[in-house]
Design a protein. Structure first.
Length: 168
C-alpha cells in the first residue's frame, strides 16, 4: 500500500489530493485547495503554500509526492510566479522527506482520460469515475487527484516492467 500526494501547483491556488494505491486499486483519501492572499508579498504567499501543504502532509503522512510540471504561459511574469510557487512546493516536499516525481500536464491527462489534450471538465469527470468517493469541489483539487492517479499508474507500470525483467 502506498499513500500518494498529488499536487497541482499554482500561486493563487494549489490543489492537493491524497490517494492510496494498493496493487492496481486506487482509493480516495482527501483533497483540498490552498489559497494565497494576493495582497501579501511573495514571500508570505509562499509561506502560506508551505504551511497548507505541510498541514496536509502531517495529517495524511504520504509516502510519495507527484507534482505537475510547469506549464509555460504566454505571460513571462505569470510563468515566473508559477515557477516560484513550484519551487516553494518542491522545497516543502523535500523538507518533509518525500520522494518527488514530476509529470507533464499532457502525461497526466493521457494517464487519466486517455488523451493528452483533454480539458479540465473531462479530467474532473474521469477522476470521479476512477475515485467515486472523491469530493473534489474545485478543479485544482481534481487536477491534483489526477496527478496522483497518473503517478499510481506509472508506479504500477514500472513495477510490472521490473517483475518481467527479473523473470527472464
Amino acid at each position: 500500500m502506498t499513500i500518494i500526494l498529488g499536487i497541482d501547483p499554482g500561486l493563487q491556488r494549489t490543489g492537493w489530493g491524497i490517494i492510496v494505491s494498493k496493487s492496481n486499486r486506487l482509493s480516495f483519501v482527501d483533497c483540498g485547495t490552498i489559497k494565497t492572499d494576493s495582497e501579501l508579498p511573495m514571500a508570505e504567499r509562499l509561506k502560506q503554500l508551505h504551511d497548507g501543504l505541510q498541514a496536509a502532509i502531517l495529517k495524511h503522512k504520504p509516502h510519495e509526492a507527484a507534482v505537475e510540471e510547469t506549464f509555460v504561459n504566454v505571460s513571462g511574469s505569470s510563468t515566473l510566479k508559477l515557477g516560484q510557487a513550484r519551487g516553494g512546493i518542491l522545497l516543502t516536499l523535500s523538507l518533509c522527506g518525500l520522494p518527488v516525481y514530476e509529470y507533464s500536464a499532457n502525461m497526466v491527462k493521457k494517464s487519466v482520460v486517455g488523451a493528452g489534450h483533454a480539458d479540465k471538465k473531462q479530467v474532473g469527470m474521469m477522476v470521479k469515475v476512477l475515485l467515486p468517493a472523491s469530493n473534489a469541489r474545485q478543479a485544482d483539487a481534481a487536477d491534483a487527484l489526477a496527478v496522483a492517479i497518473c503517478h499510481a499508474h506509472q508506479r504500477d507500470f514500472l513495477s510490472s516492467l521490473r517483475k518481467q525483467g527479473s523473470s527472464t
